[in-house]
Write a new protein. Sequence first.
Length: 248
Amino acid sequence: MADVQSPEVGQFMADVERNIIHYGESTGFFGRQMFNRGPSYLSAAVLYENLVVESYDQTRYPNRALPVVAIYPSEGTFWSDHPFAVLKAPWIDEELSAAAQTYLDFLLERPQQEKALQYGFRPADPNVALSAPLTAENGVDINQPTTLLEVPEAEVTEAVRAVWGQNKKRVDVHIVLDISGSMNDEGRLEQAKRALRTFVEQLGDEDFLAFTVFSTESTTVSPSSELARSAATFSDRSKTSSLPAIRA
């Protein structure tokens, strides 16, 4: 916890975050952007090893500008594994438990483990030797990583998330909402408002948000400002007008 919360770590994270282009929903999203658009758009990203291998597939990425190479941190890294467990719970009867065990046995059989290797994943079975496509020609090194990190305790993981939240690059979002009469059909406006609430709740108080509604003409409910101030504006307007409140 002391390491995570040290000022040096926070400053390092802030320095990295200043160079962030944008966030994405998955490593696959970043990989596709980098492979298709090249280093002028994105020059580095945290990716699964199999995505590096995939980048050499000319049928997928015929216009890849430069070779992609995996960098393994000297400090160590984590295995991003995909655990499988046969649940023991009141709702799991003997038939379900047996079916899950059968599926697990199937996954661990050599043909399936070799199939995983073909797609650039490291097999869980150590008896399956690492070979093509996990090669230097495809940008990866089977002798890496030399240092594996243990999964930290939950409180440390929460502390990491907190430090990231304090230092992450702030977003600037402009929401434009249609409140015309057609939005009353089939409850569209209420659905839109619920979706917007869900979206806004994922933002931090220091993220910037602007909010505009329109029907026959547009109305700026809140200009771009930090979300904490925007939320107060939404709340005030919702008490005095018919404009939809987003975060009250």
